[in-house]
Design a protein around this ligand. Structure first.
Ligand SMILES: [Mn+2]
Length: 287
């Protein structure tokens, strides 16, 4: 057992993103050797687990410690039968570790961010109010915070589709009675454009300081093209504005990490993959 644990909830349709995220952490985080990885899940196929293991052979997969409260909550941002948002609570109960680090699966680490883990003095530190990156120090790491989050979700945020984030905000947001510190958006960077918040121009200006990119909203580099006339409104794992998205540097970076991950982690299955693998290079165009 290592000192720290990364907690990255996932599902079958987020498996590729999760694997690339873990790969990116191991590549860039200076203290990665001191970190275990756990993937909490409700729906994750064997194939998806095996895929994620290519990024970390020792990754653990865990069902939620308590999911009995799901049936008291009518729906979440992912719809009526999907309670995956509440898997974030699992990061608050990881026995035997000094600190736990929660990350959304739709993120990518592009630079070392050890400082937000090492600087944590036992409190909860995060980029309030977005539940994308959270460091949970030992004062709050255990069953009692987990139970409190569930209690808050049921008593205050039951009918809100974003009840998980609302619950963490209640306990660790501004004005909360708990010990909290905040870090800036370089550790949870969403302002890169593509039809969502920010712009590609903004990304390029800040790029040297950005450590973790968050592909929040319908801006998933691995997602299918989405249109509200066809697909249901709860589908978030997709791309709303492909033209803009494919011109975003943040998206090009994810795609390069994906190719790199395949070169490092897989037997090459196609002529281009074999070429990339034997030359350790990523091709820019069909050769
Ligand atoms: Mn996200």
């Amino acid at each position: 057992m290592k000192k720290y644990i990364f907690c990255i909830p996932s599902s079958t349709d987020f498996a590729v993103a999760t694997a690339v995220l873990i790969y990116s952490i191991k590549k860039n985080l200076k203290i990665a050797d001191e970190c275990d990885f756990v993937v909490p899940y409700n729906n994750l196929s064997q194939k998806a687990m095996n895929y994620i293991r290519r990024a970390d052979i020792d990754v653990k997969f865990e069902k939620p410690k308590d999911s009995s409260f799901y049936n008291e909550i009518p729906k979440t941002i992912y719809g009526a039968d999907n309670y995956d948002v509440y898997l974030s609570f699992e990061s608050f109960w990881q026995d035997g570790y000094e600190k736990s680090i929660y990350l959304d699966a739709d993120m990518l680490c592009v630079k070392d961010f050890s400082e937000i883990i090492l600087d944590n003095k036992g409190e909860v530190s995060w980029k309030y109010p977005n539940l994308g990156t959270v460091v949970i120090g030992e004062n709050y790491l255990g069953e009692s915070t987990y139970r409190r989050l569930i209690d808050v979700a049921l008593s205050m945020h039951k009918d809100k589709p974003g009840g998980d984030q609302d619950s963490v905000n209640t306990l660790f947001g501004s004005g909360s009675p708990n010990d909290v510190t905040y870090f800036d958006d370089m550790y949870n960077f969403q302002d890169w454009g593509g039809g969502g918040t920010g712009s590609n121009k903004n990304f390029l200006e800040k790029r040297d300081n950005i450590k973790i990119i968050h592909y929040s909203g319908r801006r998933k580099p691995w997602g299918k093209v989405w249109d509200s006339d066809i697909y249901d409104s709860e589908d978030k794992n997709c791309v709303y504005y492909p033209y803009m998205i494919y011109n975003c540097e943040a998206v090009k970076i994810w795609c390069r990490y994906f190719e790199e991950f395949k070169i490092k982690a897989f037997g090459a299955n196609s002529p281009i993959e074999r070429y990339q693998s034997s030359n350790e290079t990523i091709v820019e165009d069909t050769p």
